[in-house]
Design a protein. Structure first.
Length: 163
Protein backbone atom coordinates (compact mmCIF):
# COMPACT_ATOMS: atom_id res chain seq x y z
CA UNK A 1 0.00 0.00 0.00
CA UNK A 2 1.28 3.48 -0.82
CA UNK A 3 1.90 5.61 2.24
CA UNK A 4 1.54 9.38 2.42
CA UNK A 5 5.33 9.58 2.68
CA UNK A 6 5.63 7.69 -0.66
CA UNK A 7 3.41 10.28 -2.32
CA UNK A 8 5.28 13.16 -0.76
CA UNK A 9 8.68 11.84 -1.87
CA UNK A 10 7.57 10.85 -5.39
CA UNK A 11 9.54 12.72 -8.06
CA UNK A 12 8.57 12.93 -11.66
CA UNK A 13 11.00 13.34 -14.53
CA UNK A 14 10.72 16.58 -16.43
CA UNK A 15 10.14 16.77 -20.08
CA UNK A 16 11.04 19.76 -22.07
CA UNK A 17 8.10 19.97 -24.27
CA UNK A 18 4.49 19.64 -23.47
CA UNK A 19 5.25 18.56 -19.95
CA UNK A 20 3.14 19.24 -16.87
CA UNK A 21 3.48 22.43 -14.97
CA UNK A 22 5.75 21.45 -12.10
CA UNK A 23 4.17 23.89 -9.70
CA UNK A 24 0.65 22.59 -10.42
CA UNK A 25 1.80 18.98 -10.00
CA UNK A 26 3.54 19.88 -6.73
CA UNK A 27 0.42 21.72 -5.43
CA UNK A 28 -1.79 18.79 -6.41
CA UNK A 29 0.58 16.31 -4.77
CA UNK A 30 0.60 18.45 -1.60
CA UNK A 31 -3.21 18.33 -1.48
CA UNK A 32 -3.17 14.64 -2.28
CA UNK A 33 -0.67 14.00 0.53
CA UNK A 34 -2.90 15.83 3.05
CA UNK A 35 -6.07 13.95 2.00
CA UNK A 36 -4.29 10.65 1.65
CA UNK A 37 -2.59 11.08 5.03
CA UNK A 38 -5.97 11.87 6.59
CA UNK A 39 -7.54 8.80 4.96
CA UNK A 40 -4.53 6.67 5.90
CA UNK A 41 -4.79 7.73 9.56
CA UNK A 42 -8.56 7.11 9.56
CA UNK A 43 -7.99 3.68 8.04
CA UNK A 44 -5.31 2.89 10.62
CA UNK A 45 -7.62 4.07 13.42
CA UNK A 46 -10.48 2.02 11.94
CA UNK A 47 -8.21 -1.04 11.73
CA UNK A 48 -7.15 -0.46 15.36
CA UNK A 49 -10.81 -0.21 16.40
CA UNK A 50 -11.65 -3.34 14.42
CA UNK A 51 -8.77 -5.17 16.08
CA UNK A 52 -9.87 -3.97 19.53
CA UNK A 53 -13.51 -4.83 18.84
CA UNK A 54 -12.45 -8.24 17.53
CA UNK A 55 -10.50 -8.84 20.74
CA UNK A 56 -13.45 -7.59 22.81
CA UNK A 57 -15.82 -9.82 20.83
CA UNK A 58 -13.51 -12.78 21.41
CA UNK A 59 -13.42 -12.00 25.12
CA UNK A 60 -17.22 -11.76 25.20
CA UNK A 61 -17.51 -15.04 23.32
CA UNK A 62 -15.13 -16.64 25.82
CA UNK A 63 -17.11 -15.11 28.68
CA UNK A 64 -20.36 -16.35 27.13
CA UNK A 65 -18.88 -19.82 26.74
CA UNK A 66 -17.67 -19.74 30.36
CA UNK A 67 -21.10 -18.60 31.54
CA UNK A 68 -22.80 -21.32 29.51
CA UNK A 69 -20.43 -23.93 30.96
CA UNK A 70 -21.05 -22.53 34.45
CA UNK A 71 -24.80 -22.63 33.87
CA UNK A 72 -24.64 -26.21 32.63
CA UNK A 73 -22.45 -27.14 35.60
CA UNK A 74 -24.86 -25.38 37.98
CA UNK A 75 -27.83 -27.18 36.43
CA UNK A 76 -25.99 -30.49 36.64
CA UNK A 77 -24.99 -29.82 40.24
CA UNK A 78 -28.54 -28.76 41.11
CA UNK A 79 -29.89 -31.95 39.55
CA UNK A 80 -27.32 -34.03 41.42
CA UNK A 81 -28.19 -32.27 44.69
CA UNK A 82 -31.88 -32.81 43.99
CA UNK A 83 -31.32 -36.52 43.31
CA UNK A 84 -29.12 -36.87 46.40
CA UNK A 85 -31.71 -35.09 48.54
CA UNK A 86 -34.47 -37.35 47.18
CA UNK A 87 -32.36 -40.42 47.89
CA UNK A 88 -31.57 -39.16 51.39
CA UNK A 89 -35.25 -38.39 52.01
CA UNK A 90 -36.24 -41.84 50.74
CA UNK A 91 -33.60 -43.41 52.98
CA UNK A 92 -34.82 -41.42 56.01
CA UNK A 93 -38.41 -42.45 55.28
CA UNK A 94 -37.38 -46.09 54.96
CA UNK A 95 -35.40 -45.89 58.20
CA UNK A 96 -38.35 -44.22 59.96
CA UNK A 97 -40.70 -46.93 58.70
CA UNK A 98 -38.29 -49.63 59.83
CA UNK A 99 -37.93 -47.97 63.24
CA UNK A 100 -41.71 -47.63 63.53
CA UNK A 101 -42.10 -51.27 62.60
CA UNK A 102 -39.48 -52.26 65.19
CA UNK A 103 -41.20 -50.15 67.85
CA UNK A 104 -44.57 -51.64 66.93
CA UNK A 105 -43.11 -55.14 67.07
CA UNK A 106 -41.48 -54.39 70.44
CA UNK A 107 -44.79 -53.01 71.72
CA UNK A 108 -46.61 -56.09 70.42
CA UNK A 109 -44.06 -58.34 72.11
CA UNK A 110 -44.34 -56.35 75.34
CA UNK A 111 -48.14 -56.52 75.15
CA UNK A 112 -48.03 -60.26 74.51
CA UNK A 113 -45.62 -60.66 77.43
CA UNK A 114 -47.95 -58.67 79.70
CA UNK A 115 -50.94 -60.66 78.44
CA UNK A 116 -49.08 -63.90 79.08
CA UNK A 117 -48.21 -62.70 82.61
CA UNK A 118 -51.83 -61.74 83.26
CA UNK A 119 -53.01 -65.11 81.95
CA UNK A 120 -50.53 -66.83 84.29
CA UNK A 121 -51.82 -64.77 87.23
CA UNK A 122 -55.41 -65.63 86.26
CA UNK A 123 -54.49 -69.32 86.10
CA UNK A 124 -52.84 -69.10 89.55
CA UNK A 125 -55.90 -67.34 90.99
CA UNK A 126 -58.22 -69.88 89.32
CA UNK A 127 -56.19 -72.70 90.91
CA UNK A 128 -56.35 -70.96 94.28
CA UNK A 129 -60.07 -70.48 93.81
CA UNK A 130 -60.45 -74.16 92.93
CA UNK A 131 -58.38 -75.09 96.01
CA UNK A 132 -60.49 -72.86 98.22
CA UNK A 133 -63.66 -74.27 96.63
CA UNK A 134 -62.42 -77.82 97.26
CA UNK A 135 -61.52 -76.92 100.84
CA UNK A 136 -64.94 -75.34 101.22
CA UNK A 137 -66.59 -78.44 99.75
CA UNK A 138 -64.56 -80.64 102.15
CA UNK A 139 -65.39 -78.34 105.06
CA UNK A 140 -69.05 -78.29 104.00
CA UNK A 141 -69.10 -82.08 103.75
CA UNK A 142 -67.47 -82.33 107.20
CA UNK A 143 -69.95 -79.86 108.60
CA UNK A 144 -72.86 -81.70 107.02
CA UNK A 145 -71.48 -84.94 108.37
CA UNK A 146 -70.99 -83.34 111.78
CA UNK A 147 -74.46 -81.89 111.63
CA UNK A 148 -75.94 -85.25 110.71
CA UNK A 149 -74.05 -86.94 113.53
CA UNK A 150 -75.14 -84.20 115.95
CA UNK A 151 -78.74 -84.65 114.81
CA UNK A 152 -78.46 -88.34 115.31
CA UNK A 153 -76.91 -87.80 118.68
CA UNK A 154 -79.69 -85.40 119.62
CA UNK A 155 -82.26 -87.91 118.39
CA UNK A 156 -80.64 -90.61 120.48
CA UNK A 157 -80.52 -88.36 123.50
CA UNK A 158 -84.14 -87.45 122.95
CA UNK A 159 -85.08 -91.07 122.61
CA UNK A 160 -83.16 -91.94 125.70
CA UNK A 161 -84.89 -89.23 127.58
CA UNK A 162 -88.22 -90.34 126.34
CA UNK A 163 -87.70 -93.81 127.51
Amino acid sequence: MITPLDIENKKFSKQMMNGYNVEDVDDFLDELVVDYEKNYKELAEANDKIEKLTKDLEQYKNLEKTLQNTLVMAQTTAEEVKIAAKQQADQLIAEARNKASEIQQEENEASLKKLDEIEKQIAIKERRFEDVKKQFDVYKAKMESLLISQEELIKEINQDEEE
